[in-house]
Design a protein around this ligand. Structure first.
Ligand code: BV8
Length: 241
């Protein structure tokens, strides 16, 4: 780590599918990733949900069942971020693109799921939002309004507005350190956060990834290797600095 961060400083951490890979969850764009097995246009857009709701529900049912049945454990990358939040005097915010629950399972509290959460569903009819662990089907009745056909995963699809963007940009304005972990830098607006903090000035940026992301050259510092190794090492340097 080649910079000093004020101990009262704000740390904003963007995470992507790469941080969960060593917990056994697939990434999207790595070899054998999710998008090599299914077209995102068929399962991760509002148009797909209208065209073939069963295909979309089955896609998320399979991923929700994996969370519920395989019970993937947070790895040392997730745990290191929870330790940072616990021990850092300043503010630590995780902005995750992931819809799994591994940051929570590791003990992190200050989390924004900008692409939603796999274990939540919402009703298009009544707007209710609730924790959900079972499979979801087109004919599943909403427990709140009793309507069918309206329940959908609480997940942000392509073309939909990511969640809590105002809070995210406020945190980026306040950031003294921006860490990007396990993301290919392919999906916007998340991939644009590093430019946003760089334009604002006064924020150190570091990419911790298995290999260079599409935005690698935009970071002041880059460290490559598996998250389970590079993230704990970086967090220990921060806490010791
Ligand atoms: C929006 C659903 C308007 C949930 C997902 C410019 C500006 C704004 C928008 C756009 C733009 N250009 C294009 C767009 C539209 C679009 C977009 O970005 N398209 C892409 C294809 C170009 N964006 C949108 O539609 C977004 N909405 O823009 O609304 C707006 C804009 C601004 C402000 C307000 C409104 C909505 C995007 C959300 C789409 N939903 N998924 C789900 O099913 O999970 S995106 C999908 O990709 C996942 O959510 C995932 O989180 C996300 C990013 O993928 P990554 O997490 O990076 O995973 P990936 O596999 O790609 O990479 C893994 C990385 O890990 C690799 O680099 C690898 O090296 C590394 N790795 C692997 N193993 C390890 C590791 N690293 C460390 N350790 C390891 N062991």
């Amino acid at each position: 780590m080649n910079v000093k961060i004020d101990k009262e400083g704000t740390i904003v951490i963007l995470t992507g599918a790469g941080i969960s890979r060593e917990s056994g969850l697939d990434t999207f764009r790595c070899k054998d990733g999710i998008w090599s097995k299914v077209n995102l246009e068929d399962v991760a857009t509002p148009e797909a949900f209208i065209r073939n709701p069963k295909m979309v529900q089955d896609f998320y049912n399979a991923r929700r069942s994996q969370l519920m049945e395989d019970k993937p454990a947070p790895n040392s990358g997730h745990l290191a971020l929870a330790k940072l939040e616990e021990n850092w005097p300043g503010r630590v915010l995780i902005v995750t693109q992931n819809i799994d629950n591994l940051h929570e399972a590791a003990g992190s509290k200050n989390i924004i799921h900008m692409h939603g959460e796999l274990l939540k569903v919402r009703c298009n009819h009544c707007g209710s939002l609730r924790h959900w662990e079972a499979n979801l089907h087109v004919e599943t009745e909403c427990p709140d309004c009793a309507e069918t056909g309206g329940l959908r995963p609480h997940v942000v699809w392509f073309g939909e507005v990511p969640l809590q963007m105002e809070e995210i940009y406020e945190a980026l304005e306040d950031a003294d350190l921006f860490m990007s972990i396990g993301t290919s830098g392919h999906v916007y607006p998340a991939a644009g956060f590093v430019q946003a903090v760089t334009q604002l000035g006064g924020c150190h940026t570091v990419e911790l990834n298995l290999d260079p992301s599409e935005g690698a050259t935009l970071f002041a510092e880059t460290i490559y290797g598996p998250a389970s190794e590079v993230v704990p090492a970086y967090v220990d340097q921060l806490l010791e600095s």
